[in-house]
Ligand binder design. Structure first.
Ligand SMILES: [Mn+2]
Length: 196
């Protein structure tokens, strides 16, 4: 079973997480930041992972620690559930629209961290979420997972739609990348023989 559980406690956040890579897209997300919950739920639905995530963070400061630490935790959990990455497709890509918004996510579970984030977002805050935190989330996730990720806005004006299209597009791309490729048997899909 490609699953993992994780508890992460710092002076800024307390996180409990359980993940199943081969799920049905079931999300139980409670971070105290409503818009961020909405984004993570979109990711989960379209990645088809099952994710239960509770975070009690220092929202009296702002949502920064909460969002960043959830990124760290989710990346660590996916990494643990993937193990040696035997038989996975490894690469994923998705260009997804939501009304006016058109966003592309292309990724490689290479074991190396890289984030190439080109989203021009018209407003600085949506609901209780400062939009610059989205980049912090992906940066943290890429570091802890060892993910190379390109995210690019192709079109769009509405910031809610743009962020939502981005998280869903990331979900679709991750779904492809973690999928088991039946032709690979249990090979590690790398000419080096390892993905670390
Ligand atoms: Mn929405």
């Amino acid at each position: 079973m490609r699953e993992s559980k994780l508890e992460r406690v710092t002076r800024e956040t307390q996180i409990n997480l359980s993940l199943n890579l081969d799920g049905k897209g079931r999300a139980e997300i409670k971070t105290g930041c409503g818009f961020f919950d909405h984004m993570l739920t979109g990711f989960v639905t379209h990645s088809r992972m099952d994710l239960a995530l509770t975070c009690v963070g220092d929202l009296e400061v702002d949502a920064h620690h909460t969002v960043e630490d959830c990124g760290i935790a989710l990346g660590s959990a996916i990494k643990e559930a993937l193990g040696e990455k035997r038989g996975i497709c490894r690469f994923g890509e998705s260009t997804l629209c939501m009304d006016d918004a058109l966003v592309m996510a292309v990724l490689d579970l290479s074991g190396r961290c890289g984030l190439y984030y080109e989203m021009e977002l018209p407003v600085w805050k949506v609901g209780d979420f400062e939009v610059e935190l989205a980049e912090e989330f992906f940066a943290a996730l890429c570091r802890s997972l060892g993910l190379n990720l390109h995210i690019r806005k192709l079109a769009g004006r509405n910031t809610h739609h743009l962020l939502e299209a981005m998280f869903k597009s990331f979900g679709r791309a991750m779904r492809q990348a973690v999928k088991i490729d039946p032709e690979l048997a249990d090979e590690i899909p790398s000419s080096k023989g390892m993905l670390e």
